[in-house]
Design a protein around this ligand. Structure first.
Ligand SMILES: [Zn+2]
Length: 152
């Protein structure tokens, strides 16, 4: 997928989510910086958070982005955090085994690509001429997400 297609798809999808989850997302400043491959897991998470949000205690998301190769979702201070933070953590864990670009779950690795940590599948890290890009698999040590990744 070339960069232009990627960003236009990302914008379409995040605009769709903003319409669908208006109340949850009205506090999000700036763009939702998540590649198209993670939209399904983000949409599931937003669905879950919409269920947990109440009139007395509305959930207000302030930021959704990719950071250090994983999905991050930040909220305004919230009292009943348990179920909410579990839902967010599960989506974060899932993001480490889902290609951020195409959503594949096979041959996915967290890699250093040109100095950026990204979670991409093998196919998405090929250059347009079919050669693999410089892709250095890394092992993250973050609780449940720790895994050993073979060189791709
Ligand atoms: Zn991919």
């Amino acid at each position: 997928m070339n960069k232009k297609d990627l960003f236009s798809r990302q914008n379409e999808e995040t605009e769709r989510l903003r319409k669908k989850f208006g109340d949850l997302l009205k506090g999000v400043r700036g763009t939702i910086e998540v590649g198209p491959g993670w939209i399904p897991l983000l949409e599931d998470l937003l669905g879950r958070l919409a269920e947990l949000s109440t009139t007395e205690e509305p959930i207000e998301i302030t930021c959704i982005k990719e950071k250090f190769a994983g999905l991050r979702v930040y909220l305004e201070a919230f009292e009943s955090l348990d179920e909410v933070s579990t839902a967010i953590l599960l989506a974060e864990i899932e993001s480490y085994s889902t290609c951020e670009l195409c959503g594949a779950t096979e041959e996915v690795a967290t890699c250093s690509i040109e100095g950026w940590l990204k979670t991409y599948c093998a196919a998405c890290t090929k250059e347009e001429d079919g050669k693999p890009t410089k892709r250095i698999p890394v092992t993250l040590t973050r609780g449940l997400t720790t895994k050993v990744i073979k060189a791709g």
